[in-house]
Design a protein around this ligand. Structure first.
Ligand code: NAP
Length: 137
């Protein structure tokens, strides 16, 4: 199986790369992140800033992965509070772009969220807040 990992330099991304790094792993990984590669291993690496969907779509057309695991995020709550526009671009708009690109290409998307948003205390399924409700400058 061919899987593209976004945010591969982060804590979650690095754990996935480590888990799939053995020579006999059947999984082919295309690791992508905004900054230069921080993992030494067998995986291919591509620079990918998710604020630019044309690069995402280019990589999807070149590599044709069957699945994407999106671990890219502005994950620090304080940083989100200070940089609301960047947070909105990565944690919201980039996810919308991923959904659209995956839908168009029939790619399975796994998105990892956080219990700061989904605290597990409500019955599923969660209703998604409207963008206008969730984002105020
Ligand atoms: N770690 C946990 O224990 C935990 C627990 C629950 C949920 N989660 C969720 O899992 C997800 C990942 O968490 P994490 O702890 O792995 O985060 P992290 O260590 O902060 O890594 C996030 C990665 O996102 C990348 N990124 C930031 N902006 C980007 C952009 N514009 N385009 C592409 N990549 C970008 C960064 O890449 P560069 O470094 O290359 O710039 C960074 O390495 C988050 O949604 C988080 O809420 C994590």
């Amino acid at each position: 199986m061919k899987i593209l990992i976004t945010g591969s330099n982060g804590l979650t991304g690095q754990a996935i790369l480590q888990e799939t790094n053995s020579a006999d792993s059947p999984t082919e990984i295309i690791a992508c992140s905004k900054s230069p590669n921080r993992f030494v291993g067998k995986h291919k690496f591509e620079l990918l800033d998710l604020r630019y969907p044309e690069k995402l779509n280019y990589l999807l057309d070149v590599y044709q992965p069957e699945a994407i695991i999106n671990t890219a995020a502005i994950s620090q709550i304080d940083e989100c509070e200070k940089n609301k526009i960047t947070c909105h671009q990565i944690n919201y708009e980039a996810v919308l772009n991923l959904i659209q690109s995956c839908t168009e290409r029939n790619i399975h998307l796994t998105h990892i969220s956080t219990d700061f948003v989904f605290d597990g205390n409500q019955q599923v399924p969660y209703a998604e807040p409207l963008a206008s409700e969730s984002f105020q400058e």
